[in-house]
Design a protein around this ligand. Structure first.
Ligand SMILES: Nc1ncnc2c1ncn2[C@@H]1O[C@H](COP(=O)(O)OP(=O)(O)OP(=O)(O)O)[C@@H](O)[C@H]1O
Ligand SMILES: [Mg+2]
Length: 402
C-alpha cells in the first residue's frame, strides 16, 4: 500500500528510533504473551511501531495513539465475530472489543469499538489516514477519542473509545427506543455544537464535512461526541475564502452551495448542524421517503414554519408531549432557521450557536437527564456501564446497534 499521511518524516523517524530503543525492554516484558498466544515475538511486542514501516512512514506518531497488530484486534473481537458487531457504515463494520493487560502489558482496561475497512467498499486508505491524522491530534470532550489504529498489509482498522449508547440516529429514529427528552436533546445539540466549534476554532481550522445524526455518538450520560473524520478537511487558510473539493458528504445534510459549487467553508458544517438540530426538534429524518411528497425533505417542509410564530410549535416532535417551554422551543427553532439560511454568510458561527444553546439548557437538565437514563435503562434492560468483558452473545442491548 502507499504512504500513510502527511507529517514530516524526520519527526517520524525520530519517534521510530525511540520506539526501537524500547523494543529490547519490551521483549522480556512480553515474552509471556508470546507463549500465551503461541505467536512470535514480533507479532506482539511492538507497542507503537506500525507493522509495516514502509506503509506508515507518514503516519504522524501521536504519543497516546496505539498502533495495534491485526492479531491483537482479532483477539479482542474474537476474530470479528458477528455477535460483536455494533453497526456498519460506509467505511466498514464496527465491532465491540475490550483491551486490557491481557492484550498488551501496560494497556489500561477499556471497552473499545473497532472499525474495519471493507476492502470492497467506496472508502479506503485515504479516509483511514485522514481519520488517523485528524483524530490522532485533536482532543476534546465532544470528539470521540481515537485509541489506536492498525495498518498491516492491506488491512486498515481504527480503534475508538466505546460509546455506550451508540448513535444519536438510533435514539431519535428507532421505534423501539424511548423518545429522548427535551432536556437531553438540547444537551446533545450543545455538545455536538461544542465539538464543531472546537474544530472550526482550532489553530488550523478543520471542516468536518459529514455532520449527521449517525456520526454523533452518545456516551453513558448522553454526552455527544463526533465520530468519523474520514471526510474532514483543513479549512481555508490566510486570504482564502473556501477550499475546493469534490462534493462529498451525505444527501439531506450537505449545504446547497457546497453541493452546487464544491466550495467548502465552515458555514457548510453550520448548515448540516441546522439539519441535525431540526431532526432533534421534530423527531423527523432529514430525508424520509415514507412521508407524503411535500414532507419528504425535512428542511423544505419545516423552514417556512420555523419563521412563523404561529406555526413553529407544529413542527416540534409530538412525542415530547409539550414537556418544553414554548419560549425555548421558539429560540431553538429560530436558531435552526438561521443555520439553514440559503446564504452561507447569514448563518451564525458555531461559537454563536454554542452561545445560543447554552441558556436553553434547563436548570432541571440533570434531573431530566437522570430520568431519561432511568427510563432508557428500564425499557432496554441496560446496565449503566458495559460489562467489563461482555460475554458473547453480548447481552447489553445498546451493544447491538443494527
Ligand atoms: N465508538 C463507537 N462506540 C459505539 N458504537 C459505535 C462506535 N463507532 C461506531 N459505532 C456504531 O457503529 C455504527 C456504524 O458506524 P459508522 O460510523 O461506521 O457508520 P455510519 O455513521 O452509520 O455511516 P457513515 O459511513 O455514513 O458514517 C454507528 O451507527 C454506531 O451505532
Ligand atoms: Mg459514521
Amino acid at each position: 500500500m502507499g504512504n500513510c499521511g502527511t507529517k514530516e518524516e524526520s519527526a517520524v523517524v525520530a519517534a521510530q528510533s525511540q520506539v526501537n530503543s524500547q523494543l529490547s525492554q519490551l521483549a522480556s516484558r512480553n515474552s509471556f504473551l508470546e507463549k500465551k498466544h503461541n505467536r512470535s515475538f514480533s507479532d506482539l511486542s511492538d507497542p507503537s511501531t506500525p507493522r509495516n514501516f514502509a506503509d506508515s512512514r507518514n503516519i504522524a506518531i501521536y504519543t497516546d495513539v496505539i498502533a495495534f497488530s491485526l492479531f491483537e484486534l482479532e483477539t479482542i473481537t474474537k476474530s470479528f465475530r458477528t455477535d460483536y458487531v455494533l453497526g456498519e457504515g460506509g467505511f466498514g463494520t464496527v465491532y465491540k472489543g475490550y483491551i486490557d493487560e491481557n492484550v498488551r502489558i501496560g494497556l489500561k482496561s477499556l471497552p473499545v469499538a473497532v472499525k474495519v475497512l471493507n476492502k470492497q467498499g467506496l472508502q479506503g486508505h485515504k479516509e483511514w489516514l485522514t481519520e488517523v491524522n485528524f483524530l490522532g491530534q485533536l482532543r476534546h470532550p465532544n470528539l470521540v477519542k481515537l485509541i489506536g489504529y492498525c495498518c498491516e498489509d492491506d488491512h486498515r482498522l481504527l480503534v475508538y473509545e466505546f460509546m455506550f449508547r451508540g448513535s444519536l440516529e438510533n435514539h431519535l429514529f428507532r421505534k423501539t427506543t424511548s423518545p429522548l427528552s427535551w432536556a437531553t436533546r438540547m444537551m446533545i445539540a450543545l455538545g455536538a455544537a461544542k465539538g464543531l466549534a472546537f474544530l472550526h476554532n482550532a489553530d488550523k481550522p478543520v471542516i468536518y464535512r459529514d455532520f449527521k445524526t449517525s456520526n454523533i455518538l452518545l456516551d453513558t450520560d448522553y454526552t455527544a461526541k463526533l465520530s468519523d473524520f474520514g471526510l474532514a478537511k483543513a479549512g481555508p487558510q490566510g486570504d482564502e475564502t473556501h477550499v475546493s473539493t469534490r462534493v462529498m458528504g451525505t444527501y439531506g445534510y450537505a449545504a446547497p452551495e457546497y453541493v452546487m459549487t464544491g466550495h467548502l467553508t465552515a458555514r457548510s458544517d453550520v448548515y448540516s448542524f441546522g439539519v441535525v438540530l431540526l431532526e432533534l426538534l421534530t423527531g423527523r429524518k432529514s430525508i424520509d421517503k415514507t412521508r407524503p411528497s411535500k414532507e419528504q425533505s425535512l428542511v423544505d417542509w419545516a423552514r417556512p414554519k420555523l419563521s412563523d410564530k404561529r406555526k413553529l410549535l407544529q413542527t416540534i416532535d409530538p412525542r415530547l408531549e409539550g414537556e418544553y417551554s414554548p419560549r425555548a422551543a421558539q429560540k431553538a427553532c429560530s436558531l435552526a432557521y438561521y443555520c439553514l439560511s440559503q446564504n452561507p454568510k447569514a448563518r451564525p458561527l458555531m461559537s454563536d450557536v454554542v452561545e445560543t444553546l447554552e441558556p436553553l439548557q434547563e436548570s432541571s437538565t440533570t434531573v431530566n437527564h437522570r430520568m431519561q437514563r432511568r427510563l432508557t435503562a428500564t425499557s432496554m434492560g441496560c446496565r449503566p456501564t458495559p460489562a467489563a468483558k461482555c460475554p458473547p452473545p453480548c447481552t447489553v442491548p445498546a451493544c447491538r446497534v443494527r
